[in-house]
Design a protein around this ligand. Structure first.
Ligand SMILES: Cc1cc2nc3c(=O)[nH]c(=O)nc-3n(C[C@H](O)[C@H](O)[C@H](O)COP(=O)(O)OP(=O)(O)OC[C@H]3O[C@@H](n4cnc5c(N)ncnc54)[C@H](O)[C@@H]3O)c2cc1C
Length: 643
């Protein structure tokens, strides 16, 4: 397979869809010097990874100094036809939420009224993307995102119920991997009457699924599997009729080495031996129907296996590649709501003689919120539209949306609490009890924190993006450092990569072009040009880090996180400029659009500069050593004087 580094700078429009039929990636990473646990985790992750589309994507190419603005500009806006298809449902959903869903009551009681669930089912809210022939609404990813945005602005518990069901529960993996029989049997059920859930996590297998211990053993006649073990934190479990369960099947020998196998199954909750043993409770999402499920000799027919034996992690990762877009879409909704709360309050609340929004400290927070809301919407709906257009491999974009939007939303919720002062910390019920408007900022803050942990924590998103960012380089030169390969192969790699980098590297010092920007408003052009230049600087930085750290670069997570952070900000800036132009052309007030988009770009550039500075000047090593001392029990003084 060619590396994207070796493909020409610009290519034709030969689109390909990121479907799971590609061959598994050839591992290019030397695992021989890693601990057994880390090597096993990496081996499994690598074997479940699809190779990146040869053309790369807009965001993945940023890491190799290729700035293909023409792939996201003009902004891939939703077509009028697609919008019209979604509008009636979205109108109905919006009216329903406002009139019938009391989010504060749901938070207080920890229960979503069954009536709400039934009515949302009959509206089609649990089968938004399921094709109409299977009883769903058959709407696009963008329309699904619009629904998530509405839900996210209103009630996080309902958002989680609806989203865990169809983004990671039975619908999404079946739509991608299911056989026709599985689709015919399960999709109508989950579209119209039965909630589903996704069970991957276990007590010892959180971010590291290779540690999974729930087993699925084939029966003697091979017609079924017997499941034994336990799953933790399964969202929707308490209400679910059917689950997607990831289980360990017997290991296989691959190239002389034993490789763990994870397989995905559809499991009926009423199967004999399946027991829901506990309902979990959390800081936020108080009405999450999340729990522990125990499997004791649960028989699952072979026809309930999703994809092939051993492809379970691939099912999970591929499902999440698009499933992950629901969370940022919901974050856009919540962030818009918080901005609206702050906008009103900062204009009304007078302290020290003026509305608090006229104090620079508060004005700065609100501007930052507005810029981030704009960028979040730009990135999320751009990526969603590209998914609808089957525009190739978008896993970097979706991971960036998830990581960036969840972190920005947490900061927005935190700052919204600060803007509301004591009222931000007070519950809606207490505010109402003393005659003020029950604005639930503390609920929003509690509810949104989990977004940075589930469906791939921020740390795991950074590792995932960094792995893909390094892929083109690993393909060219990874073999050099791989001590598991024969010397002759490593020598060939030295020659190949030397020849290659002699031509690639100097280009990263040459002037960058953002392409033809005639159709972009003049105020936005400098930001896009900056992004094109910064992409080359990013590519150089990554290359320098590779030459400095060699195969140990994967340990330098903080350094890699800076590169990932820079690329993500560049993606956010570029998406925002394209989005701004689209809005201007759609007749929205030019001055207003430019002020929010250019504010965002300026603040993103400041963050990018800080991250570039941190590449050479940082305290990473000192911090790492300090933590190891702490883990070893040193620094007893830091434990003194506490209870
Ligand atoms: C409310 C809630 C709902 C959930 N819903 C579901 C669900 O429906 N289905 C399901 O299967 N699971 C679900 N989960 C589980 C969730 O996906 C996990 O919590 C998540 O994957 C992280 O795993 P962990 O909590 O075990 O943390 P750990 O994996 O123990 O990680 C702890 C910390 O270490 C970091 N970390 C771990 N490995 C690395 C590494 N290699 N490098 C750097 N940092 C690392 C993590 O980012 C995290 O900050 C849910 C969890 C919660 C709390």
């Amino acid at each position: 397979m060619k590396s994207p580094l070796e493909t020409p700078e610009k290519q034709g429009a030969g689109e390909s869809s990121a479907q799971p039929a590609k061959p598994a990636a050839q591992s290019v990473i030397d695992t021989s010097k890693m601990s057994a646990g880390k090597a096993a985790a990496l081996d499994l992750a690598e074997s479940s990874r699809d190779p990146l589309d040869e053309r790369g994507s807009f965001a993945s190419n940023l890491f190799i100094g290729r700035y293909d603005f023409d792939r996201i500009f003009p902004y891939p806006a939703q077509s009028a036809e697609d919008r019209a298809k979604g509008d009636p449902f979205l109108k109905q959903l919006r009216e329903y939420l406002e009139a019938n869903v009391d989010a504060d009551e749901i938070d207080r009681t920890g229960e979503i009224p069954q009536k709400n669930i039934d009515e949302l089912f009959s509206m089609g809210a649990f089968g938004i993307k399921i094709p109409t022939r299977y009883g769903g609404l058959g709407l696009s990813q963008v329309n699904y995102g619009r629904a998530a945005m509405l839900l996210g602005s209103w009630d996080a518990n309902l958002t989680a119920l609806v989203s865990a069901h169809q983004s990671i529960g039975v619908p999404q993996p079946l739509l991608i991997f299911g056989t026709e029989e599985q689709k015919t049997k399960y999709l109508p059920r989950v579209a119209r009457k039965e909630i589903s859930a996704f069970a991957l996590t276990e007590t010892d297998a959180g971010s590291d699924p290779a540690n999974m211990s729930l087993r699925a053993d084939a029966t003697e006649d091979g017609s079924a599997f017997i499941l034994n073990g336990e799953k933790l934190w399964c969202t929707n479990l308490i209400k679910a009729g059917v689950l997607v369960v990831m289980a360990k099947t017997p290991p296989k020998m691959v190239k002389g080495r034993e490789r763990k196998q994870i397989t995905a199954f559809i499991v009926e909750v009423d199967s004999p031996g399946l027991e829901i043993t506990y309902r979990c409770h959390f800081m936020g999402l108080r009405a999450l129907y999340n729990g522990i499920v125990k499997f004791t000799n649960v028989r699952v027919p072979r026809e309930n296996m999703i994809a092939k034996e051993g492809q379970g992690l691939k099912v999970a990762l591929t499902t999440l590649n698009t499933g992950r877009l629901t969370i940022p879409a919901a974050c856009v909704g919540l962030s818009k709501r918080l901005l609206e709360i702050c906008r009103k309050w900062a204009g009304e609340r007078v302290q020290w003689g003026v509305p608090i929004g006229q104090h620079y400290a508060i004005a700065g927070k609100i501007a930052e919120m507005a810029g981030n809301v704009f960028a979040m919407e730009a990135m999320t709906f751009l990526t969603s539209a590209l998914v609808d257009g089957k525009a190739g491999d978008l896993r970097i974009e979706t991971a960036m949306c998830k990581m960036w939007a969840t972190e920005a939303t947490w900061r927005i919720a935190d700052e919204a609490m600060q803007v509301r002062g004591g009222r931000g910390y007070e519950t809606a019920q207490s505010l109402e009890g003393r005659g003020e408007e029950g604005i639930p900022v503390e609920r929003f803050l509690r509810d949104c924190r989990i977004n940075m942990i589930f469906e791939g924590s921020s740390e795991i998103m950074r590792l995932f993006i960094a792995r893909e960012a390094l892929d083109p380089h690993l393909k060219v030169g990874g073999a050099i450092f791989n001590t598991q390969l024969p010397t002759s192969e490593r020598a060939r790699a030295v020659f190949k990569s030397g020849k290659f980098y002699a031509s690639w590297y100097p280009k990263q010092w040459m002037g960058a072009s953002a392409g033809d920007l005639e159709k972009l408003h003049a105020d936005l052009r400098p930001h896009v040009r900056y992004a094109a230049g910064a992409s080359k600087r990013l590519a150089r930085g990554l290359f320098h880090a590779m030459t400095r750290f060699g195969p140990k670069l994967d340990r330098e997570q903080l350094l890699l996180a800076r590169f990932v952070g820079i690329a993500t900000e560049l993606f956010a800036m570029s998406a925002s400029c394209a989005f701004a132009q689209h809005k201007i052309e759609s007749g929205e007030p030019v001055a207003e659009i430019l002020s929010v988009a250019t504010y965002f770009c300026r603040s993103a550039r400041m963050r990018i500069d800080t991250q570039f500075a941190g590449v050479s000047l940082n305290a990473d090593r000192a911090g790492y050593d300090l933590t190891q001392e702490l883990l070893a029990g040193k620094h007893a003084d830091l434990r003194k004087g506490i209870v």
